[in-house]
Write a protein that binds this ligand. Structure first.
Ligand SMILES: O=P(O)(O)OC[C@H]1O[C@H](OP(=O)(O)OP(=O)(O)O)[C@H](O)[C@@H]1O
Ligand SMILES: Nc1nc2[nH]cnc2c(=O)[nH]1
Length: 180
């Protein structure tokens, strides 16, 4: 698997340190609030798993699955809900967990959809922000790392469903695109 990694962009150590910082910040901000952490499948799973253990507060978590890209690396701009929340949210502060905000189209749709359900608030934490590619006017409330316009994999991020289990964030070699 790792033979196709051109370089490590964010190491395991850097991820751990930043996730702990984000957890501490979120802990301060949500003290005394009814918090629902909302993971967006599938990419957010490793980040969410680490982050929730750095949030030292009572919380509930749930998941949504959205489709934006299919197997391609290009945004279609079309967002569909493949799996929805299991409960109403009018008594909770929602914290969306994303692995990456790229064009922002997914997040723009999701925030509008959730706000229509009248939660107490909706905020977003993303591990990665690729702001150079933004098409929609959305800014994450918490951001792990701002990254350049390169296609990244690992720590939840996939190429064709592979590489999600890498413990770091890396950039793929060109050859990886040529073998599928
Ligand atoms: O800002 P955007 O351009 O809309 O892109 C960001 C979205 O794309 C990725 O999901 P993807 O659809 O690849 O699903 P996955 O998490 O299951 O890999 C990522 O997890 C975000 O949800
Ligand atoms: N795996 C992966 N998915 C993305 N979705 C939007 N940008 C990216 C990216 O750089 N890598």
């Amino acid at each position: 698997m790792e033979e196709y990694i051109a370089k490590v962009l964010i190491s395991r150590e850097e991820l751990g340190k930043r996730v702990a910082e984000l957890g501490a910040e979120i802990t301060r901000d949500y003290e005394g609030k009814n918090l629902l952490v909302l993971g967006i499948l599938k990419g957010a799973v490793p980040f969410m798993s680490d982050l929730i253990r750095e949030i030292k507060l009572p919380l509930a978590y749930d998941f949504m699955a959205l489709s934006s890209y299919g197997a391609s690396t290009q945004s279609s701009g079309v967002v569909r809900i493949l799996k929805d929340l299991e409960r109403s949210v009018d008594d909770v502060h929602i914290l969306i967990i994303e692995d990456i905000v790229d064009t922002g189209l997914t997040l723009k749709y999701l925030k509008a959809n959730l706000k229509a359900r009248n939660p107490l608030s909706v905020k977003v934490v993303t591990l990665l922000d690729k702001a150079a590619r933004r098409q929609a006017d959305v800014t994450p409330d918490y951001n792990g790392f701002s990254i350049p316009d390169e296609f990244v994999v690992g720590y939840g991020l996939d190429f064709n469903e592979e590489y999600r289990n890498l413990p770091y964030v890396g950039v793929l070699k060109q050859e990886a695109y040529e073998i599928i």
